[in-house]
Structure formats: structure tokens, C-alpha cells
Write a protein that binds this ligand. Structure first.
Ligand code: PGA
Length: 248
């Protein structure tokens, strides 16, 4: 039985002080061990957030990292820097990074491999644009994104990966995918993992849905057979995040 995982992607929001306030308001509401809970603040908020979540079951993730160990990459963050702080997860290939920061399926693959090498859990984002959905290529595209992201990842490591299916048209728009649409694509992701590895691996990999998840729709989405939780943007900046974690 896969454990659900709900992660908050704060994007470029909050300051260290505001981050601590948000964690303080969430931590008494988030106390079940049934769901893995992750918050992904901006890099500069990580130390304050790691301190603030001590003694809670909230884990901390980063929103990105470089695939090199270190070197002349101005403005970038290396995996070892995250690990030393106590970060456990890292979002890889969010559509905003693909769209605005030239992230490609190939850099997503390099980052996924590097995160695993450092013991970080990669939350690999895949998903189609509205045009791609209308053209009917969603499943083909998401299968390919998933396959390339996992190139050279061993079966043992693949089990640790979290895939976040995030239709771009649903991100920040309030246009949530229906539970049937989300389930169809999450099932297809599990299917491609079974083809590349095995049913055993596919049964262990957690596949999240992301895109306008909120306190009102989390229950229906997370109760679908192939949806193992959510990657939450806007609603993760508010106390509402607790009601998404406590969706049952
Ligand atoms: P949203 O963002 O919940 O604000 O739609 C989701 C995401 O981008 O991860």
C-alpha cells in the first residue's frame, strides 16, 4: 500500500520570517502520520523552515537544484548543499522551470539521477499544455517525459521517485483536472513505469496530481486508485494546506 504524499510548492513566495509564521500556523493541524507531508520553500527560507519544522512530521524539499556537484555555475545550488541542511526532497522539472528556465527532459534526467545519488527524493514533474491536450497527445507526451526522466535510473532507485502529473493548463488557473482526467494520466504513468521496469516497481512509485488542488477537491482526487497525493501551489501558502493534508 503506497503512502500518500502531499507536497507544498511555495514557488517564489514568502520570506524566511513569513515562512516560519506559516509553519507555526500549520504544525498543530498537521499531525497525522498517514500522509508524508513536504513543504518546498525558496532556497533562502530553507534554514528557517528546517528549524521551524523540528519535532513535527513535516519534511522539507527544495524547488530545484543543479545536476553538477559544484563549480562555476553562478546562482545555482548543488545537491550536497541541500543534503547538508537536512533537505529530503527536491522538485525536478516543474513546468515553470521548463517554460522560463530552459529545463528540458534531458536536464530533468540528469537532475533526477543526481538527486538519487545524494539520497534526495526527486519529485519529477510531467504534464501537457492545453494545446497538447486538445491535440490528443497527452498520454504519449507524459509517457515520453516519464521515460526520459528515468533513463539510467535503476529499478531500486526508481521505487523512491515521486512523479507529479501536473497539466500545465490546471496550474494556478483554478481549472483543476477532473478526477477521471487526472486518474487516466496517473495510471498511464504507472503503466509506462511497469513497461520500463516491472509491475513491482510501478506499484511502489508514488504518482501525485498537481494543478489547482485545494481543500475542496483533494479528497476526491486523492481517493483515485492511481493518485497518491498532490503537489500543491497556491493553496500551500495558506492554512488551507492543512485541510489538503487532512483530506480524509
Ligand atoms: P497550483 O500549482 O496548485 O497553484 O495550481 C501547482 C504547482 O505548480 O505545483
Amino acid at each position: 500500500m503506497r503512502k500518500k504524499i502531499v507536497a507544498g510548492n511555495w514557488k517564489m513566495n514568502m520570506t524566511p520570517a513569513k515562512a516560519v509564521e506559516l509553519i507555526d500556523s500549520l504544525k498543530n493541524e498537521i499531525n497525522s502520520n498517514e500522509v508524508d507531508v513536504v513543504v518546498c520553500p525558496p532556497f533562502v527560507c530553507l534554514p528557517a523552515v528546517l528549524e521551524a519544522v523540528k519535532g513535527t512530521n513535516i519534511a522539507v524539499g527544495a524547488q530545484n537544484m543543479h545536476f553538477e556537484e559544484n563549480g562555476a555555475y553562478t546562482g545555482e545550488i548543488a545537491p550536497s548543499m541541500l543534503v547538508e541542511l537536512g533537505v529530503k526532497y527536491v522538485i525536478i522539472g516543474h513546468s515553470e522551470r521548463r517554460q522560463y528556465f530552459a529545463e528540458t527532459d534531458q536536464t530533468v534526467n540528469k537532475k533526477t539521477l543526481k538527486a538519487l545519488e545524494h539520497g534526495l527524493v526527486p519529485v519529477v514533474c510531467v504534464g501537457e499544455s492545453l494545446e497538447e491536450r486538445q491535440q490528443g497527445v497527452t498520454i504519449d507526451l507524459v509517457r515520453l517525459q516519464t521515460k526520459i526522466a528515468l533513463k539510467d535510473v535503476t529499478a531500486e532507485d526508481a521505487k523512491k521517485v515521486v512523479i507529479a502529473y501536473e497539466p500545465i493548463w490546471a496550474i494556478g488557473t483554478g481549472m483543476t483536472a477532473t478526477s477521471a482526467q487526472a486518474e487516466e494520466v496517473c495510471a498511464a504513468i504507472r503503466q509506462v513505469i511497469a513497461e520500463v521496469y516491472s509491475k513491482e516497481v510501478a506499484d511502489e512509485v508514488r504518482v501525485q496530481y498537481g494543478g489547482s488542488v485545494n481543500g475542496g477537491n483533494a479528497n476526491e482526487l486523492f481517493n483515485m486508485g492511481n493518485i497518491d497525493g498532490g503537489l500543491v501551489g497556491g493553496a500551500s501558502l495558506k492554512p488551507e494546506f492543512a485541510s489538503i493534508v487532512n483530506y480524509k
